[in-house]
Design a protein around this ligand. Structure first.
Ligand code: SF4
Ligand code: SF4
Length: 343
């Protein structure tokens, strides 16, 4: 087969069996929509949120990472790397990412899974086969499948094919999006989406840029268009807003009040609930494995009473208290030593 014919054949195959770059499928998820769900994490994200909990989802290609506690020091990987991107140092195996071409030879040769890749290519049908294993849980709990990431709208053809196939399998579908995409992309996914989980981190454009690397302009435009689209077509059936609550960033009453005011004034009849999702540090090892310095590593968790205060602000501004929910790991109040009596 000549090169042009070969390329055409691959393109046709991708149209028949759409493929995408997926980080992982998380089963038994209870925080990405109603009921028990499977969440499909796409790779690739247009934002660079300072607090990102999934740094391994930002790049749109598979990435290798090294876990020292699994390494037996055989140096098979160093010898096998065709691009001399690996070396043995006092701190273990060092990865020179400027040399790494992502061939994954090292992950295949490593006997102890100390070197592994984040992400890989999957077809929509392959994902459905995985997801079908938990169908009974979705049916019993009113759950389904959520596309998250990363950002699913960065792989629109694949996201559309997967959502369509999920609907054909009779499953409830949710799309978790940061909203930073062309409106036409979002619109094209709606016929197959039951619920949109739309992230709103801040309203002020420059503040949003400080936190995420992009302004809020396109995101809020898309949110308003989505609301109008819901009104005229009934698609998606439900819209939830999600706000990450991050100390020193989004976790302040002014920001929460601004988002709440936007929801109340422009979206109130369309939004079903607003989730305030607390910062967590469970991702610290991922930053270490990827060799990335994480600026939020020393932040404290949100204190329980602070979260209650912010939820109180949200409830007050919406004037519909039942719409506001909180989730995530919180810092418990420290018990103070009570002294008293004689002595
Ligand atoms: S091949 Fe795996 S176990 Fe051996 S040195 Fe490399 S990372 Fe460690
Ligand atoms: S993925 Fe390939 S190029 Fe990158 S370090 Fe491993 S063997 Fe070397």
């Amino acid at each position: 087969m000549n090169r042009a014919k070969g390329d055409r054949a691959v393109k046709n195959e991708n149209m028949i069996f759409p493929r995408g770059t997926v980080l992982r499928i998380q089963r038994m998820s209870v925080e990405d929509g109603p009921g028990i769900r499977s969440t499909v994490f796409f790779k690739g994200c247009p934002l660079r949120c300072a607090w990102c909990h999934n740094p391994e989802s930002i790049s749109n290609t598979p990435e290798i990472h090294w876990e020292g506690h699994k390494c037996i020091g055989c140096l098979e990987c160093v010898n096998a790397c065709p691009d001399h991107a690996l070396s043995s140092t006092d701190n273990g195996i060092a990865i020179d990412r400027s040399k790494c071409k992502g061939c994954l030879t090292c992950t295949e040769i490593c006997p102890s899974t100390a070197l592994e890749a984040y992400g890989g290519t999957m077809t929509a049908s392959g994902i459905i086969r995985e997801i079908d294993k938990d169908r009974v849980y979705y049916e019993k709990s009113g759950g389904g499948v959520t596309l998250s990431g990363g950002e699913p709208t960065l792989q629109p053809a694949f996201a559309r094919a997967l959502l369509k196939e999920l609907k054909e399998h009779g499953l409830h579908t949710a799309l978790d999006t940061c909203g930073q995409c062309q409106w036409e992309t979002l619109e094209s996914l709606m016929p197959y989406t039951d619920l949109v989980l739309f992230d709103v981190k801040a309203i002020a454009p420059e503040q949003h840029k400080d936190y995420t690397g992009v302004t809020s302009t396109l995101i809020l435009e898309n949110l308003l268009k989505l609301s109008e689209f819901m009104e005229s077509t009934g698609m998606p059936g439900s819209l939830w807003i999600r706000t990450p609550v991050i100390p020193d960033h989004t976790a302040n009453p002014v920001n929460i009040r601004a988002i709440g005011t936007f929801i109340r004034e422009k979206l109130i009849d369309r939004v079903e609930r607003w989730d305030l999702c607390a910062f967590n540090k469970l991702c610290t090892h991922k930053y270490e494995g990827l060799g990335i310095e994480w600026g939020c590593r020393d932040l404290d968790l949100v204190a329980e009473d602070e979260m209650e205060r912010l939820a109180g602000v949200a409830r007050k501004v919406l004037e519909k208290p039942d719409m506001v929910f909180t989730s995530g790991q919180l810092e418990k109040p420290r018990l103070s030593l009570i002294t008293g009596g004689k002595g």
